[in-house]
Design a protein around this ligand. Structure first.
Ligand SMILES: Nc1ncnc2c1ncn2[C@@H]1O[C@H](COP(=O)(O)OP(=O)(O)OP(=O)(O)O)[C@@H](O)[C@H]1O
Ligand SMILES: [Mg+2]
Length: 318
């Protein structure tokens, strides 16, 4: 059974902005799923459609086999959504917010669970303050607690750790991992790609409203991630158009002052030698050479072209 099946989802906002174009993806039940994309990619639009705060222009969604649009009430009781934008009634306390939320889902009061959520999200000390007096990070944690209060099967989090400090972020992820291990499906967006790589077993990348890839994290890293030969020279390099053409087989780029050349996935010795020699012929002997494995951030930048766009802005490449 899949937690979510999204088919050919499109969204055109009233002003003509096309936020999603025919996005189809499947979130397996029990997965820890990262939905990634640059700013404006359409992540929040997709999540807001799931949360019923934005209407899809076309497409279909099913949650645990039930049509999200036709069986809204059934689906709502089984999902908890943390939106990107924070909005609370400023005069309620966190404890009240959580109690009311349970009631809204038609669930009986469960003070023990509310206490546990306050504890795990480190809000116990602030449980009686009015939400207006909470800091941004505290409010975001309250949003997470609110999304969990009815014990949903699927938790959807739109940048749950934006503005949350490093230590708390780690503990929040630990909590998410526990929930996931206990069977809750988790779908999240984040710009912390290192954390996504560590936590998530499935990944989808969207850019400008289009799905670029959706597959298990291991498959993405195994099939798409390659290694790079990084060469440092005494003088910082500028790549000319001619350099780009000559080294084209290695997708040359300047990163952190070094010349980086993509090796084939195995990064075997002959590939290394070929790249090293091709670079040495143009730029002479480097002062330092190293091989680095691509991480999720490298793959993300390559697939979304953000790296190229940034480089173009800085005038590094043509
Ligand atoms: N209410 C709206 N009306 C019109 N256009 C919108 C609206 N909300 C979002 N958009 C546009 O839809 C596109 C996708 O925006 P969305 O908020 O879904 O991106 P995102 O991937 O969540 O980005 P971020 O990482 O910045 O949160 C953008 O071009 C945005 O300008
Ligand atoms: Mg967003």
């Amino acid at each position: 059974m899949n937690a979510l099946e999204i088919k050919q989802l499109s969204k055109v906002y009233n002003n003509g902005n096309v936020a999603l174009k025919d996005v189809s993806l499947t979130v397996p039940e029990g997965s820890f799923f990262a939905l990634l994309g640059p700013n404006g990619a359409g992540k929040s639009t997709l999540i807001n459609i799931l949360a019923d705060t934005v209407h899809a222009s076309s497409g279909s969604i099913s949650l645990l086999g039930h049509d999200l649009l036709l069986e809204r009430a059934w689906c709502k009781r089984r999902m908890g959504v943390v939106p990107q934008e924070i909005a609370f009634d400023p005069f309620f306390s966190p404890r009240e917010v959580l109690k009311f939320s349970r009631g809204m889902y038609g669930k009986k009061a469960d003070d023990a669970w509310v206490d546990e959520l306050l504890e795990r999200l480190e809000l116990t000390q602030h449980a009686h303050k009015i939400t207006r007096q909470l800091s941004g990070g505290m409010r975001r944690r309250l949003l997470v607690a609110q999304a969990l209060v009815h014990r949903p099967k699927l938790v959807i989090l739109d940048e749950p750790t934006a503005g949350v400090d490093v230590e708390l972020r780690k503990r929040l992820w630990d909590f998410m991992r526990e929930l996931n291990a206990a069977g809750t499906t988790i779908l999240l967006t984040t710009h912390y790609l290192e954390e996504a790589e560590e936590l998530c077993d499935q990944v989808a990348i969207i850019d400008q409203g289009k799905l670029i890839t959706s597959r298990p994290m291991q498959a993405l890293m195994g099939e798409v991630a390659s290694s790079s030969l990084c060469l440092r020279y005494a003088e910082p390099l500028q790549l000319s158009e001619d350099d780009h053409m000559t080294l084209a087989a290695f997708s040359p780029r300047v990163y952190d002052g070094q010349l980086c050349l993509t090796l084939n996935k195995q990064g075997n010795a002959s590939d290394f030698d070929a790249a090293y020699q091709a670079a040495s012929q143009r730029f002479g002997a480097p002062v330092d050479a190293s091989v680095r494995q691509e991480d999720l951030e490298d793959v993300f930048l390559r697939l979304t072209g953000t790296e190229k766009k940034n480089a173009e802005k800085k005038g590094v490449t043509k």
